[in-house]
Write a protein that binds this ligand. Structure first.
Ligand code: GDP
Length: 167
């Protein structure tokens, strides 16, 4: 079995659920208590990509609000892929996620593979995103409606990114 280490960075506004989606993916847990990430948190989980290859995902989660440009540049440097996270109940977080992607690509000087997770699908009745907005974004990059709380589609989203950055 070929094990390929791949660095993934989580990007998204404050409180969209970056830390929660990583916790769901890495340890299948969820907490309602909001604890701001301090500095950078790095977790790992391996996922099979095909019969011969496993991706060892090294997942970086950084405190969003403290990200000054230089810090963010250092954070995304060397990343193989980005997990963009938005909160479906806050429209502004959607545009932010796409902006952060463009900025990261500029920093790295190349288009980084990315997947967009729209989190808090358990609150879908409060979502502020129109079907047109979602359809349009879905044509630009793989988009998953997820819930870190219930676990819905979190695993699928990370596996999709793993597939993108290993193939
Ligand atoms: P981060 O700042 O982007 O890392 O966000 P967190 O992961 O810390 O989550 C922010 C808040 O949203 C916390 O209170 C979480 O419990 C809550 N949260 C995260 N994911 C979900 C979800 O899927 N559904 C709901 N209802 N709340 C969530």
């Amino acid at each position: 079995m070929n094990v390929l280490a791949r660095k993934i960075c989580l990007l998204g506004d404050f409180a969209v659920g970056k830390t929660s989606t990583v916790a769901r993916f890495v340890s299948n847990t969820f907490s309602d208590t909001y604890l701001t990430t301090v500095g950078v948190k790095v977790d790992t989980r391996s996922v099979p990509v095909d019969d011969e290859r496993t991706a060892r995902l090294v997942v970086w989660d950084i405190a969003g609000s403290s990200m000054i440009d230089q810090t963010r540049a250092n954070y995304v440097r060397g990343a193989h892929g980005l997990m963009l996270v938005a909160d479906g109940t806050r429209h502004s977080t959607f545009a932010s996620a796409l902006d952060l992607w463009l900025q990261a690509c500029e920093t790295c000087g190349s288009e980084l593979p990315a997947v967009l997770m729209i989190n808090k699908f358990d609150l879908a009745d409060r979502w502020e995103l129109s079907p047109e907005t979602l359809a349009q974004a879905g044509r630009t990059l793989p988009l998953f409606k997820v819930s870190a709380k219930t676990g819905a589609s979190v695993e699928e989203a990370f596996k999709a990114l793993a597939g993108k950055i290993v193939s």
